[in-house]
Design a protein around this ligand. Structure first.
Ligand code: ZN
Ligand code: FE
Length: 256
């Protein structure tokens, strides 16, 4: 049974600490080194590997310090702009490391280099950085809406029980928008109540599951008539224009 701890960083990032069960751990997207060092000490673990999803500073900022301190291998996208990656990963690559066995999925959109780490067995896990968020998705900074839509569709097709570990606690803001985009969705209303209760106790809302995202995340549901009708553009978009509808939904969230 994998033990995965959130390490809060900056104002709303989660750096994920994956315990290998042998006194060592992996870390995903260490934007800052100090909280990782503190968490490793707290759990009496040494660092055996670093996994990176994309090049943004809040995901790689602690990489150099941690690599110097622990001399551990660093895995990440094939992006020469990220200093310190030892092993570049591309779509379909297998990464067996520590207690985990990941498959790499390229998910361009938020950035062009963005990758996600998926484990199917023994427990289905997904580390998806800033691509799929709990109740939302990342902003499209470098890619196109078509890329982001396709990337999210690939993640949505993973097994329903997959635990989804995203890199930010954006859930309440995402769900407030989701309520506007999908106003009649009762599962979404319940999710918002659940998330509010968690945040009131200062508890992470992450991980979620693919099943919960399929039921409540508007960016996985944009093809449904109810979502198209709720858009500011409404029915000016045709039902078969799935990318246009997704782009309009993402643009609405950018302004929300
Ligand atoms: Zn980012
Ligand atoms: Fe980020």
């Amino acid at each position: 049974m994998a033990t995965i701890h959130p390490i809060p960083a900056f104002s709303d990032n989660y750096i994920w600490l994956l315990d290998n069960g042998d006194g060592s751990a992996l870390v995903v997207d260490p934007g800052d080194a100090a909280p990782v060092v503190a968490a490793l000490a707290e759990h009496n673990l040494t660092l055996a590997g670093i996994l990176i999803t994309h090049h943004h500073f809040d995901h790689v900022g602690g990489l150099g310090t941690l690599k110097d301190e622990y001399a551990c291998p660093v895995y990440g996208p094939a992006n020469g702009a990220i200093q310190g990656i030892d092993h570049s990963l591309g779509d379909g690559d297998e990464l067996r490391i520590g207690a985990y066995n990941f498959q790499v999925i390229t998910v361009p959109g938020h950035t062009l280099d963005h990758i996600a780490y998926f484990q199917r067995e023994p427990e289905a896990l997904l580390f998806c950085g800033d691509t799929l968020f709990a109740g939302g998705c990342g902003r499209i900074f470098e890619g196109t809406p078509e890329m982001m839509h396709q990337s999210l569709q690939r993640l949505a097709a993973l097994p329903e029980e997959t635990a989804v570990y995203c890199a930010h606690e954006y859930t309440l803001a995402n769900l407030a928008f989701a309520r506007a985009a999908d106003p009649a969705n009762s599962a979404l209303q319940q999710r918002e109540l659940d998330a509010q209760a968690l945040r009131a106790r200062d508890t992470p809302t992450v991980p979620s599951t693919i099943a919960l995202e399929q039921a409540t995340n508007p960016f996985l549901r944009s093809a449904l008539p109810a979502l198209r009708e709720a858009l500011p553009q409404g029915n000016s978009l045709t039902a078969d224009d799935s990318v246009g509808i997704f782009a309009a939904l993402r643009a609405w969230k950018d302004e929300f």
